[in-house]
Design a protein. Structure first.
Length: 133
């Protein structure tokens, strides 16, 4: 996913994004909302859980930037198998999940998260319309 909407940009993760993810995933303010305060990540965990994901895993992990500076993370993935049933969908439905966080607490409560979610949902519908629902 390459997406730009005004000051917001989203691009697939690269190995160079590891240190910023590591920083965010060790900030208790961020962990309170994503992964849990008791789950800080060392670099091996960042590599395994975020950087080693590929399209074959079905997970598209991306770095989010705001005005060119790293801001957060978003991942999009198809909901499959038992999870479909758990959420009340039939196996032939094509449903996507999304997880995201803004890793810079000073940027919270400015409407950027809403813009991020809107942009990603729009991208899912544009790229996968024939496959969604």
């Amino acid at each position: 996913m390459e997406l730009v909407r005004g000051d917001l940009a989203i691009h697939p993760l690269t190995d160079e994004d590891g240190p910023i993810l590591h920083k965010w995933l060790n900030d208790p303010r961020v962990l309170a909302y994503y992964e849990g305060r008791d789950k800080p990540h060392d670099m091996d965990m960042v590599r395994e859980r975020f950087l080693s994901k590929t399209d074959s895993d079905g997970i598209l992990g991306c770095l989010v930037t705001w005005k060119g500076s790293p801001l957060g993370y978003v991942q999009v993935y198809p909901v499959l198998g038992e999870e479909l049933t758990l959420y009340g969908y039939q196996q032939d439905h094509r449903i996507y999940g999304m997880d995201q966080f803004i890793g810079e607490p000073d940027m919270w409560n400015q409407g950027i998260g809403t813009l991020l979610v809107d942009a990603v949902v729009e991208w899912i519908f544009r790229e996968h319309t024939s496959q969604v629902f």
